[in-house]
Design a protein around this ligand. Structure first.
Ligand SMILES: Cc1ncc(COP(=O)(O)O)c(C=O)c1O
Length: 388
């Protein structure tokens, strides 16, 4: 099946659900068994038959199946947030005294989790240049337990050469964990590029409507049980209602993402020509240093990018952001609406130096008409100029 057909048909079977198109919401904590023998012999590593609410219900499995199939993974599990989907695999393989390689451009809370939690368990964390590619081999030690990637990097959008990193990781028998939220299961087939454990903040494009927190972990066959057991050991789970909404959102991810990518390219190309802008950080643009890798590995781009302003003062940055009428100021992305933030990247770097002196503006482009968004940004640039 082609992927748009798969999106509409995986994870549902109307013949088994009284003809309903969507898998209904099965809310459950307790699941009852027909007799003591069946209860006593329930298999502990089977996470796809009814056992106890924490391990999921048919509503969870429908979402998990649809996401895993789209991405080409072996299996998936839904958890309560993107950050939980990051934490569980990071802990699944960690041991005291082991070593973890983490891209310097990772999502800030991933770094906080490594610094505040994994270090306290005696794990050595080493951040690496996201552009390192095959040279990662120089950093792999005998006790390295995993390599964590995120492509492109949070806020700064450096594109990582995941296949090159994966070749080195696999030569040393270690897994590649990757935050693939930006690529989504629709635009990035992680497992064809060497990812072993793919992590999604489903909160973004999978849910797609800015109203549910959701994490999804998709793995290949080799790493399914260790990851799934870690999720169970930590007691991570998600609600059936949230899984229902996430799957409803996921059904339309194709049309949303194609349209949002077109809108984002439209806005990004316009920004590239503006005098106020030094550089647009978006791998889908031909001018981006990561464009060739993006084109090789991805089937499309998310509508999230940053740009660097030519130096202006703080008051002007605030004047620009505050003047935007169609962009909400707030965390997250992946919904149908446009958003803006003004992140400070330099303090988040330790292995590399963030060399840009201009303010970075991160934009998420929604489904609005890009002409309206451009008009809005143009008037905000005028407000910035007037705020000297
Ligand atoms: C790249 C990336 N990964 C993970 C997350 C975490 O997702 P959640 O907010 O669902 O915990 C985010 C959230 O902004 C993100 O941007």
């Amino acid at each position: 099946m082609k992927k748009d057909t798969l999106l509409g048909h995986s994870g549902r079977n109307p013949r088994e659900t009284h003809g309903t198109i969507n898998m209904p919401v099965y809310r459950a904590s307790t699941i009852v068994f027909p007799d003591l023998e069946t209860y006593s012999t329930r298999p502990s590593d089977d996470y796809k038959t009814p056992r106890y609410g924490i391990h999921g219900t048919p509503t969870h499995w429908a979402l998990e199946e649809a996401v895993a199939k789209m991405e080409g993974g072996h299996n998936a599990v839904a958890v309560c947030s993107g950050l939980a989907a990051i934490a569980a695999p990071l802990c699944a393989f960690a041991k005291t005294g082991s070593h973890l390689l983490v891209a310097d451009s990772v999502y800030g809370p991933t770094r906080s989790f490594c610094e505040r939690r994994l270090k306290a368990f005696g794990v050595e964390i080493e951040y690496y240049d996201p552009l390192i590619g095959a040279q990662i081999k120089k950093l792999i030690k005998s006790d390295t337990y995993a390599i964590f990637c995120e492509a492109p990097g949070s806020l700064s959008f450096e594109m990582q050469d995941i296949p090159a990193i994966a070749r080195e990781a696999h030569a040393h028998g270690i897994p590649v964990l990757a935050d693939t939220t930006w690529g989504t299961p629709y635009f990035f087939r992680s497992f064809e590029h060497g990812v072993d454990v793919s992590i999604h903040a489903g909160t973004k494009y999978i849910v797609g409507h800015s109203d549910v927190m959701m994490g999804l972990i998709v793995t290949n066959e080799k790493y399914w049980l260790p990851v799934r057991r870690a999720v169970a050991d930590y007691g991570y789970c998600s609600s059936a209602d949230d899984c229902y909404l996430a799957l409803r959102g996921f059904r339309t991810i194709g049309v949303r993402m194609k349209q949002q990518m077109a809108n984002a390219l439209n806005v990004a190309r316009w920004l590239e020509k503006r005098g106020e802008v030094k550089r647009v950080l978006y791998p889908a643009l031909e001018s981006d240093p990561g464009h060739a890798i993006w084109k090789r590995d991805f089937e499309g781009a998310a509508s999230l990018f940053s740009f660097v302003l030519k130096p202006v003062n703080k008051k002007q940055v605030a004047a620009f952001v505050d003047a935007l009428k169609l962009f909400g100021i707030g965390s997250s992305w992946g919904g149908y609406e446009s958003l803006v933030t003004a992140p400070n990247i330099a303090p988040l770097r330790t292995a590399t130096k963030w060399a840009e002196d201009g303010q970075v503006i991160r934009m998420h482009i929604g489904l609005e008409d890009p002409e309206d968004l451009i008009t809005d940004i143009a008037q905000a640039f005028a407000a910035m100029a007037n705020a000297v």
